[in-house]
Ligand binder design. Sequence first.
Ligand code: HEC
Ligand code: HEC
Length: 247
Amino acid sequence: MSPRRILRPLIALAAPLGAALLFGTTGIFSAANAQTPQPKAPDTIEARVQGCTACHGSHGQGTANDYFPRLAGKPAEYLYNQLMNFRDGRRKYPPMNYLVTYLSDEYLHEIATYFSQQRPPYPPPAKPNVGDSVLARGEAIVLHGDAARQVPACVACHGGKLTGMEPAIPGLVGLHSDYMSAQIGAWRSGSRHAKAPDCMHEIATRLTDDDVNAVAAWLSTQTAPQNPVPAAAGSLKTPLACGSEPQ
Ligand code: HEC
Ligand code: HEC
């Protein structure tokens, strides 16, 4: 990713943030500022998320050929947990950590809810860039797990349609294979954490490098279902406890 592609959206978000800090009504500059009215941008949720859509797409659909993940349609509490994780350092990606540093819990919740309700179309499934045996291995793990290594089927939690489950398990369709293998790698290396017990850390450490590539490759070739909504809360009995899910 070129620095330019990171910087442009960052500047777009930093400008209103900077203005808010300098000219906020409770700020130390407010008295001096009172005489010169500042033009006020409309404070709609669409305006608030403008700095996000540069990377995540105009409706949070992600970017088809790139690393920027889809947000649209993922359960709101999942997205909210991730924004908190970036803010509090449990996930690391400097532009994301920076962007959410000064945002309140309520503001992050509002943004998460907004993206969870967006329904832009899914990208066409990726053309496989691995051989058939690798895809078959990926498919077997996603649908059935690997009993020998105590890997549960991914669909046991992410749902038979791979659209996740309310309130906090994300869908795995419409994501780039590089993004998914990087996330599983981050859980293995300890640079991505979820609330304890961190079930994805458990699962990620039971997979080999080849398994990670295989599941990410197969998942990225899957077509989104007709009605891509997350499964209802409690409709799947998760085989491991996940701290991010309400117990
Ligand atoms: C510079 C590009 C960029 C901008 C701007 C940006 N993001 Fe991100 N975002 C990313 C990348 C890349 C990731 C994945 C990082 C990783 O590897 O963990 C990410 C991850 C996320 C995730 C986690 C997604 C998931 O499925 O786990 C959420 C939620 C998110 N961003 C929301 C936002 C919001 C809200 C904004 C605006 C306040 C925003 N992003 C602005 C690039 C960006
Ligand atoms: C026991 C339930 C469970 C099982 C089984 C499970 N997952 Fe997850 N997965 C989760 C939860 C919960 C999260 C969200 C964690 C968080 O809040 O960060 C998640 C998140 C993910 C993410 C991050 C998605 C994103 O948008 O960043 C990926 C990728 C993922 N899982 C892949 C897999 C794969 C591949 C398998 C099968 C090998 C699997 N999961 C099996 C519960 C599970």
